[in-house]
Design a protein around this ligand. Structure first.
Ligand SMILES: Cc1cc2nc3c(=O)[nH]c(=O)nc-3n(C[C@H](O)[C@H](O)[C@H](O)COP(=O)(O)OP(=O)(O)OC[C@H]3O[C@@H](n4cnc5c(N)ncnc54)[C@H](O)[C@@H]3O)c2cc1C
Length: 394
């Protein structure tokens, strides 16, 4: 660059010019998902949220775009990079956290569990159909009395001849009542194990949790397993102990690092546009210093969170991402996204509390995102343990 050449002013959203750090293929993935969200999600999502539904056909549409299990390789999964998967999560969650949650649970929890811990037969049976969105999966780890501390789970699978007989209750299970297959984690005489449970198995039932005020465009259910008899080969043969579900959670949490930035971006963009056009005291509210301080702080956290997501994505693709890095990213990006959403809501004034604008929907959704896949407190404790060597969980 010659001295006299003028430096282009930064964009109001991609202020740090992070686009330049993405490859052509990565930008293509991002644009494809952004278009899908623009056409298929944004026109309807406020109604879905209000009605508490997510249309079933979204699953096959996401499947056609290769977004279900997109970072898995083989079995009809595209084998995309971590960064490409992250960008897809970001764009889906810019639409709604419920849509991103669907893709996360399907690809990173249910499919990943089979991919990482399953037998060849289990992979061939389930992964291609799940990648196409023809079969839906859920992931049952949390129980009514054991959320942050899944090690205490009461679900139990006992041996009966060559069979397993599974009993227990799982709570807050995304996609539970629409799932064709549930990955259920249960204690055995040999410690925690994972089971592939087809939803048609006698004794398996799922009922929806109602009255949620967050993540409404997402199905959340309670699973009851009452003397569910499963053949020996229903067990995920390679998963032993809590490391089994935790490896899956690590994949989904990685997607959340990016997804939260998508929700935050939508809130920031909405607030910025509103601030430039809403007149009070004969001038746009964006001309008041107090509003500009809010917007500037939102912009800074959005940029820092985006950089962090991209950095952690590159580390994942280089095989250098430790689970505590994922805690770092999830804790920061969800916490800051929620702050951005709350700040954006104030800029919208009264309009900030209606579904006519996306902000309060994202704000309410992010309350769930802060809690699931490890609460912010749990991720704080993981970081604390990593840097001090001292566990403070109990
Ligand atoms: C919409 C939604 C969808 C979900 N989807 C799924 C799913 O698909 N599959 C699944 O298995 N689960 C799912 N969950 C469950 C989620 O992972 C749990 O809610 C989460 O792990 C917290 O567990 P809990 O709700 O039992 O809260 P608790 O564990 O009871 O925690 C309550 C509070 O105590 C704090 N706390 C707990 N222990 C400590 C400690 N040692 N130190 C300090 N503070 C502590 C927590 O951080 C939290 O603030 C979902 C939850 C929601 C809301």
């Amino acid at each position: 660059m010659k001295m006299h050449e003028k430096i282009a002013p930064p964009d109001a959203v991609d202020f740090l010019g992070l686009d330049a750090l993405l490859s052509h293929e990565e930008r293509l993935v991002r644009e494809t998902v952004r278009d899908f969200v623009r056409q298929r999600v944004l026109p309807h999502v406020a109604d879905w949220f209000e009605q508490g539904i997510l249309p079933r056909e979204i699953a096959t549409e996401l499947g056609k775009l290769g977004l279900l299990g997109m970072h898995l390789d083989g079995y009809e999964c595209p084998g995309a990079s971590g960064v490409a998967y992250g960008l897809a999560c970001l764009e889906l969650e810019a639409g709604d956290s419920g849509v991103r949650s669907f893709a996360s649970v399907q690809g990173s929890l249910a499919m990943f569990a089979i991919y990482r811990w399953g037998s060849e037969a289990q992979k061939h049976e389930w992964l291609p159909q799940m990648a196409r969105g023809q079969k839906i999966g859920c992931f049952g780890l949390t129980e009514p009395d054991f959320g942050s501390n899944p090690a205490g789970m009461r679900a139990f699978a006992r041996r009966d001849g060559n069979d397993w007989v599974l009993n227990g209750t799982k709570m807050w299970i995304t996609n539970g009542s629409i799932a064709d297959v549930a990955i259920v984690w249960a204690n055995t005489d040999d410690g925690i194990r994972g089971f592939v449970v087809p939803a048609v198995t006698p004794g398996f039932s799922a009922t929806n949790i109602h009255k949620k005020l967050s993540l409404r465009a997402s199905i959340t259910s309670e699973l009851v397993l009452q003397d569910v008899r499963l053949p020996d080969d229903a067990q995920l043969p390679l998963a032993k102990g809590l490391a089994g579900p935790l490896a899956c959670l690590n994949e989904a949490r990685f997607g959340i690092i990016w997804g939260a930035i998508g929700a935050a971006r939508t809130c920031y963009e909405t607030a910025l546009e509103y601030a430039k056009t809403r007149m009070q005291f004969d001038r746009p509210i964006g001309g008041f210093q107090l509003t500009q301080e809010k917007l500037a702080n939102m912009l800074i956290e959005l940029g820092k969170g985006s950089l962090l997501a991209l950095h952690l994505g590159r580390m994942k693709d280089e095989g250098r991402l430790h689970p505590s890095h994922v805690s770092f990213g999830k804790l920061n990006n969800v916490r800051e996204a929620l702050k951005i959403a709350r700040e954006a809501r104030t800029i919208l004034g009264g309009n900030g509390v209606t579904l006519e604008y996306p902000v309060i929907r994202h704000m309410n959704n992010l309350e769930s995102v802060l809690t699931y896949e490890g609460t912010s407190e749990v991720h704080t404790l993981i970081l604390g343990q990593q840097i001090t060597g001292l566990a403070a969980f109990t």
